[in-house]
Design a protein around this ligand. Structure first.
Ligand code: AMP
Length: 629
């Protein structure tokens, strides 16, 4: 890695945060964290050129949290993000870093969410606001958000905010924040307009750029799997099973917690696997490596630091289960295979949002990484059958078969069946522990990355606020109350219902849906972006399976491994059962009420069954919707 700092403790973070990082399993700072944290702790403004996957969120979140005075329940930091999805994600990251900071409160505010809820939450007081530009601007105009106590302002994914047409809003916010605060700007690319904003609003910023050091990699077969439609663990075991020259593997993950969890899961699936992380002392570490060398272990799940310098010639595969932070880490990781003149294989798991990192790695290593098609059920069966036949052939050549042949004849005679039928029964018994055919379905093929990137970056409906006109003369921008072109705040519904401006090209996104009326309950489902799932998949499945009209499906939060969806309260048992059995992109969704942060529950319960009318007089559940599709 480019990081020369091995420990968060060297960066000047407080004991409380260090404890949290250790608890959540972060072992070492990523390169961007190693560089940004000390600069931000020193109070400098900064520009960070970093993309998703580099650990940039913690790079700005950790220093920002050090400056928060918990006793002051007022916004002391504001983080602007291009999408509501990212706002929620960043807010959740901050909340996890605040594990040992009692009373810390972070609030995501974004377009598409009810103002009533936001106003209540703002009035309650939050230390950090994470918001999309349009909605933050509205609250500033309305004076429902007061930034007098602001210490830090972060612009996250600034180039995306520009691309989505929010840069005017961002500038407006920058102009309406108190003079004295620290500003950090993060952007994967640095287009001219972003550079201009940085020059205008940042004070002597330090610039951090993670070098994509070019490096040549040995003759290693490099492939990637686009994470989609299947849990990473299932995909991993499918892949390992059909890889031809598999002997031993090192699997890289980000946190020490993940090393242990994955090792446990692989052990449960019959692999000889162990974790290798910074919590192991030198002796234990050496023991694990010896076991890998001797064949007592076939798989070691490691963090970057723990795997440094491993030289075990039988390692035929390196799996980047979690994508590395930078190309240097990638090159280091894959260098653990293909040693001593042997063949090496490097497999990289890439979630749709990490595509940029994949391309950066390809550029830096000057080698294309080819897509890997996930082995299908038929592939697995064929492989298992071939192995089974091989074993049978071996035994056929062994001594002492006569005794068993005699038993087969006896069974055939007693049961009045052919020897072939007896052999089939025995084959069935022999494979019981590891069936030749695997259960479940093949996932839908992933959407190509190009298409997916667009979809992925496009926020979920209700997510994205429409562009606003550019104000040529920003100084004379009318105050909200004076503007004739927009309804008064109180009268407005969601931002997406604002009047459009003639000079703008028509939007291609779907028309805005009405906000869900009535009591809503938030559910969690076990599919997320990691499985290639998009908002439309969730809406489609719920509408079809539970017969809930899509306009009554509330907010959808798309996360890495899971998602949340708000549905009208009082769901009939039939609909709930149908949803429990529902699959999205081949994955069981396991719908259950979300235990996390309550969102959008609007007071007391109102019950309405299938086909009954809800309190707002509209039918939310169709009469006979179940299992129609
Ligand atoms: P980001 O680039 O901020 O979206 O972070 C990508 C992922 O890396 C998130 O899942 C983080 O929780 C994780 N992460 C960030 N920093 C570290 C670290 N130092 N050690 C382990 N995981 C990390």
């Amino acid at each position: 890695m480019t990081s020369t700092v091995d420990s968060f403790a060297d960066l000047g973070l407080s004991e409380s945060l260090l404890k949290t990082l250790s608890e959540i399993g972060y072992e070492t700072p990523s390169p961007i964290q190693a560089q940004c944290i000390p600069i931000l702790l020193d109070g400098h403004d900064m520009i960070g050129m970093a993309q998703t996957g580099t650990g940039k969120t913690a790079a700005f979140a950790l220093p920002l949290m050090e400056s928060i005075d918990i006793k002051v329940a007022k916004p002391q930091a504001l983080i602007l993000t291009p999408t509501r999805e990212l706002a929620i994600q960043v807010a959740e990251a901050l909340q996890s870093y605040a594990k040992n900071l009692p009373g810390f409160h972070v609030l995501p505010i974004y377009g598409g969410q009810s103002y009533t809820i936001q106003l209540k939450q703002l009035a309650r007081g939050a230390h950090v606001i994470v918001g999309t530009p349009g909605r933050v601007m509205d609250h500033l105009e309305r004076k429902t958000l007061n930034l007098d106590n602001l210490k830090t302002l972060v612009l996250d994914e600034a180039d995306e905010m520009l691309r989505m047409g929010f840069i005017d809003d961002v500038e407006w916010i920058l102009e309406h924040t108190p003079e004295q605060h620290q500003t950090a700007l993060f952007s994967a690319t640095m287009p001219e307009q972003i550079r201009r904003v940085a020059q205008k609003y940042l004070v002597e910023p330090k610039e951090i750029k993670i070098k994509a050091a070019t490096a040549t990699v040995a003759a290693i077969r490099q492939v990637y799997w686009q994470v989609s439609g299947m849990h990473k663990l299932d995909a991993l075991t499918r892949i390992l099973e059909v890889e031809d020259d598999f002997d031993a593997a090192i699997i890289f993950v980000r946190t020490k917690t993940a090393t242990v969890e994955l090792a446990d899961k692989l052990n449960a699936r019959g692999y000889a696997a162990a974790a290798l992380n910074g919590d192991l002392n030198q002796q234990m570490r050496e023991r694990v490596i010896e076991q890998l060398k001797s064949g007592a272990l076939d798989i070691v799940i490691a963090t970057d630091v723990a795997a440094r310098g491993i030289d075990v010639p039988r390692v035929s595969h390196v799996v980047n289960y979690d994508i590395p932070y930078d190309t240097e880490a990638y090159v280091h990781r894959i260098g653990r295979t293909g040693r001593a003149g042997r063949n090496g294989n490097a497999i990289l798991f890439v979630a749709p949002r990490e595509i940029r990192m994949l391309r950066t790695i390809e550029r830096a290593t000057r080698q294309p990484i080819s897509p890997l098609t996930l082995p299908s059920r038929a592939d697995i069966t064929n492989k298992r059958v071939a192995d089974f036949k091989g074993k049978v052939a071996e035994v056929l050549n062994a001594e002492g078969l006569d005794f068993f042949a005699n038993i087969v004849s006896q069974i055939a005679e007693e049961q009045n069946v052919s020897a072939e039928e007896v052999a089939a029964a025995l084959a069935m018994m022999a494979q019981e522990a590891k069936p030749l055919q695997i259960a479940g379905e093949d996932p839908a093929p992933p959407r190509p990355f190009r298409e997916q990137r667009n979809d992925d970056r496009r926020p979920a409906f209700g997510d994205r606020e429409p562009r606003k006109p550019r104000f040529e003369d920003r100084g004379e921008r009318p105050r909200f109350e004076d503007r004739g072109d927009r309804p008064r705040f109180e009268d407005r519904g969601e931002r997406s219902e604002r009047p459009r401006f003639e000079d703008r090209p028509p939007r291609t996104e779907r028309p805005p849906r009405p906000a869900p009326a009535g009591d809503m309950v938030r559910y969690r489902i076990d599919v997320g972006r990691e499985h290639g799932v998009e908002v439309r998949d969730i809406v489609g499945a719920i509408a079809n399976e539970a017969g809930i009209e899509s306009r009554f499906i509330g907010r959808i939060g798309l996360y890495e491994e899971s998602s949340t969806v708000e549905l009208p309260a009082g769901m009939p048992a039939e609909a709930a059962n149908a949803l429990k059995r529902t699959r999205i992109r081949g994955m069981p969704i396991n719908l259950r009420q979300d235990e996390g942060r309550p969102a959008g529950s609007f007071g007391g319960e109102r019950k309405f069954g299938g086909g009954e009318r809800s309190f707002d007089g509209e039918r939310k559940f169709k009469k006979k919707p179940f299992n129609e599709c």
